[in-house]
Design a protein around this ligand. Structure first.
Ligand code: FMN
Length: 188
């Protein structure tokens, strides 16, 4: 049975990226996966200090004692990690970026826990054009992150919506998100 971990990067609990995440979660559950979701905005996640203590030979993870310490084991056990984010200022939300920065402790060289895992991205932006909105920046960053981590790019679902939950009216993207969830749970 696969474990799917969803990291929610929006402060809006019923926002558009959360709606897509719910769809992916529903699809993945229907495909037999165990789904866990984390609302990053509710947690105390400090920025990476760049101290590189985590890269010392004797190091045992990140030295910052905050809620990221509870997330590391969940990242480790997950088969699939789904990043769900609004576009804020032409890229991921700060909430998600803070979390990704802290992957430094577990994403480099022999410490890389992401190699071979599947990563997926759910992204929502207000402008209808993914270039003007900055959505492409986040999509490109996601591609680079997957490549760097030797993770498999398992899928990207993205589209435009502005008001909280408005994305529900977009049946095509809702269906896409559900189908991605099923695939994530069932793909070998
Ligand atoms: C601080 C802030 C920055 C934003 N920056 C952008 C942006 O650069 N490009 C864009 O298309 N939409 C931008 N938006 C709009 C959101 O991406 C859009 O409303 C999205 O649906 C929010 O997703 P959510 O409901 O999951 O939070 C911004 C919204 C906020 C609050």
């Amino acid at each position: 049975m696969k474990i799917v971990l969803i990291l929610l990067g929006s402060p809006r609990k019923n926002g558009n990226s959360a709606v897509l995440a719910e769809q992916v979660g529903a699809g993945a559950s229907s495909g037999g996966a165990t789904v866990k979701s984390i609302i990053l905005h509710d947690l105390n996640i400090k920025p990476c200090r760049g101290c590189r203590n985590c890269q010392k030979e004797e190091a045992n993870g990140c030295v910052i004692n905050d809620d990221m310490q509870d997330i590391y084991p969940l990242l480790r056990e997950a088969d699939v990690i789904v990043l769900a984010s609004p576009v804020y200022w032409f890229t991921f939300s700060a909430q998600l970026k803070l979390c990704i920065d802290r992957w430094y402790a577990v994403g480099i060289g022999e410490r890389n826990i992401f190699a071979g895992k599947e990563l997926a991205l759910l992204l929502v932006y207000a402008d209808s054009d993914p270039f003007i909105s900055g959505g492409v920046n986040a999509l490109r960053s996601f591609q680079d992150i997957c490549r760097y981590l030797n993770a498999k790019m398992a899928g990207m679902v993205y589209g435009s919506a502005r008001e909280e939950g408005e994305i529900r009216n977009n049946h095509e993207i809702m269906e896409k998100a559900f189908r991605l969830g099923v695939e994530l749970a069932t793909r070998c």
